[in-house]
Design a binder for this molecule. Structure first.
Ligand code: GAL
Length: 667
């Protein structure tokens, strides 16, 4: 493998996350050689090693890491090094307790685990730059070092926002920059409501501990402020690494469904995005909407294919564009890595089952099909100490090979070539909409991710490949664009969507699209605000449905029952294609079509599938109705057919063993 292959390998390559500081030195060479002989090419190290690299202020101990890196290098592995800032050591915290972050109860979050810092802390920023520079000077040009990971999992353990200390102190100034005069802030936030008006920016605190509901506009701006702090924090590290470690890539390992910051903003300046894929833990936390315990049980040993695929597609497109928003056109190849891939059981979900036989191989193949260039397993050897002793690795505690490693060894990496994911459908995504949507769900379970998962799952059940792109991206090259939950609408965004639709793109939008202005308020002239002409409707009513309360809907695709949410429209140019029957919405439009634009107001996965399959067919996108648990994904001229069930399935002329895949050259 050449250095160029490190950033753009010819086919999928594998790696693992290793912790030389956790084991005696006599293991380092042996582990490195074992990793190579298992078919691994990369190793990611040192993200939590600060206390060993700088045991006292300013006294660095590089010797052990020098040796560890030489051991990997000697075995032919490429090293991804990390900046150290996820775990500031005790000496730093005790000398500067003001670095510690605050939780939503206004309490200090203490030393003793990880991510215990405030992104805005000036002292911490200084240490972050200093220790990043020291690492970059020491290893930035080492021949084994091919790239960098900044920090580790921004936002993990609810650490995107600190609600006190430096982040809180910096908020008034951030607001001053945004609004200039406090009257404009009062206007944008609607502070006349409940007499919440301020007379100076300095009166404004983080949105916590109020007697009742927070003002959504206040929450939105604090989220924006904290997001920009993360972006600034990382940018300082990136600038140092670019200068001191030329030719190496820089990435960050983002998380499953992390919602605390704007990933497009934070990915700007990285070469590509990575993410950490833990399918079984993810299912426990993010079962698809409406899914009962039966779904969690059915997929307990594989994870749910659509939840995993959705995250792959978010991070692939974050890198290769969110259409240009995630990259700075530095000429490096787009791509995506799975930096941490579950390879046994995890330790952090309510239940932590063992994966099914075949699951580790299936996860790896799926990652490739959704754009991964590298899959790196977490972790090489199971930890024998501290918080994660219940977590698996490729090696067990006793250093024998665990089940996942047998699957990794058996993979033929060359059957997974590099190349494009040929998506003709884009799903629009936007973190500001997410923050607003989830402020006032209005019906339990009516969350941003629930809507996105419902639409995305419907598309995947129709055999369609999807790019997930930012709501302001240029989507003119797609056949169909789906906007499940873009509730924040600016006139500029509306204008962009209108141009795309006029240019021939078919748009499908979900409930509450364009419900709010960029400040968080709704439109005085009615919803969907500046999108009204494009959609040819005005919102009439919205209904919140408790479990078992349903609303009948019917149209050309049949009769359906809306659950959780049903909104109706006054037609102003559009045609109703589905209509409500009975109840307060009787006779009103549930789905309306206006030229190339379709709006769906009723939440029903089956209705969604019916409407989407018509729109896709109308746009010339191939639709394949897939059985439950069977999925197809395309990349580089090949189709990956996947069986996520624990039974043998026959689909078209393929018979697939339980939890397995086939790679086909597509016609
Ligand atoms: C990730 C984290 C790793 C490890 C892993 C356990 O979120 O980055 O350090 O804690 O989870 O599943």
């Amino acid at each position: 493998m050449t250095d160029a292959d490190a950033a753009a390998p010819p086919h999928l390559l594998l790696g693992s996350c290793d912790y030389p500081e956790h084991v005696p030195q006599d293991r380092w060479t042996r582990y490195a050689e074992q990793q190579r002989s298992a078919g691994l090419h990369f190793v990611r190290i040192a993200e939590f090693a600060w206390s060993r690299l700088e045991p006292e202020p300013g006294r660095y101990d590089w010797a052990w890491l020098d040796h560890a890196i030489e051991a990997y290098h000697g075995a032919g592995l490429k090293v991804v090094l990390c900046t150290l800032t996820a775990t500031p050591p005790a000496w730093l915290i005790r000398a500067h307790p003001e670095v510690l972050p605050y939780d939503e109860q206004g309490r200090v979050r203490e030393f003793g685990s990880r991510r215990h810092y405030d992104f805005a802390s000036p002292v911490y920023r200084e240490h972050s730059r200093r220790v990043t520079l020291a690492m970059a000077l020491r290893y930035g040009r080492h021949p084994a070092v091919v790239g960098w990971q900044t920090d580790n999992e921004f936002g993990c353990h609810a650490t995107s926002r600190s609600y006190g200390g430096a982040s809180a102190a910096a908020f008034p100034e951030w607001l001053r920059q945004r609004y200039t005069v406090v009257e404009r802030l009062n206007e944008a936030w609607g502070n006349v409501f409940w007499s919440m008006e301020y007379v100076s920016f300095d009166q404004i605190r983080p949105p916590i501990l109020t007697v009742t509901e927070l003002n959504p506009s206040h929450v939105l701006d604090y989220a924006r402020h904290c997001s920009s702090l993360i972006a600034d924090f990382q940018r300082e590290q990136v600038e140092i690494l670019r200068e001191m470690s030329p030719g190496r890539f820089i990435t960050h390992n983002f998380m499953i469904f992390e919602s605390g910051f704007d990933h497009y903003e934070v990915a700007r300046g990285l070469d590509f995005a990575s993410w950490d894929n833990y399918p079984l833990g993810m299912l426990e936390h993010f079962a698809p909407p409406g899914a009962g315990d039966d779904v969690k049980t059915r997929y307990a040993r594989t994870g749910h294919p659509d939840l995993i695929a959705l995250n792959h597609d978010i991070y692939r497109s974050l890198a290769s564009g969110g259409a240009g928003l995630g990259r700075e056109g530095r000429g490096t190849p787009p791509g995506m890595w799975v930096m941490e891939q579950q390879c046994g059981q995890v330790n952090w979900a309510p239940y932590n089952p063992l994966p099914a036989d075949g699951a580790v191989a299936l996860w790896t193949a799926q990652a490739w099909a959704h754009g991964a260039d590298v899959v790196s397993y977490f972790r090489w050897r199971a930890a024998t100490m501290a918080q994660e002793v219940m977590h698996s690795g490729l090696l067990r505690h006793d250093e024998t090979e665990d089940r996942g490693l047998a699957e990794v060894r058996a993979l033929d990496q060359s059957q997974f070539p590099a190349g494009d994911v040929p998506a003709r459908v884009a799903l629009l995504h936007d973190y500001e909409s997410l923050w607003l949507y989830d402020q006032q769900p209005h019906a339990a379970g009516m969350t941003y991710w629930a809507q996105v998962v419902a639409y995305y799952g419907a598309l995947r059940s129709l055999g369609v490949d999807v790019d997930i792109v930012h709501a302001d991206a240029d989507v003119s090259a797609y056949a169909v664009v789906v906007a499940p939950a873009i509730t924040l609408m600016s006139p500029e965004r509306a204008e962009r969507w209108t141009r795309a639709v006029q240019g021939g793109v078919k748009l499908v939008s979900g409930p509450r699209t364009a419900f709010r202005m960029p400040g968080g308020q709704t439109w005085a002239a009615g919803q969907p605000g500046p999108l009204s002409d494009l959609l040819g409707v005005k919102l009439l009513q919205f209904d919140s449905l408790r479990p078992t309360l349903t609303q009948d809907v019917s149209g050309p695709g049949g009769a359906f029952q809306a659950q959780t949410w049903a909104e109706s429209y006054r037609l102003e140019g559009a045609q109703a294609t589905y209509t409500y029957a009975g109840g307060p919405l009787d006779g009103h439009a549930a789905v309306a079509a206006h030229g190339n634009a379709t709006v769906i107001g009723a939440h029903s996965p089956d209705l969604l599938r019916a409407v989407l399959s018509d729109v896709l067919a109308g746009a010339g996108v191939e639709v394949t109705h897939l059985p439950e648990g069977v999925r197809i994904s395309r990349r580089a001229g090949r189709t990956l057919v996947q069986n996520w069930t624990t039974e043998r399935v026959t689909w078209q002329d393929h018979t697939l063993e339980p939890v397995s895949f086939e790679v086909l050259a597509h016609a």
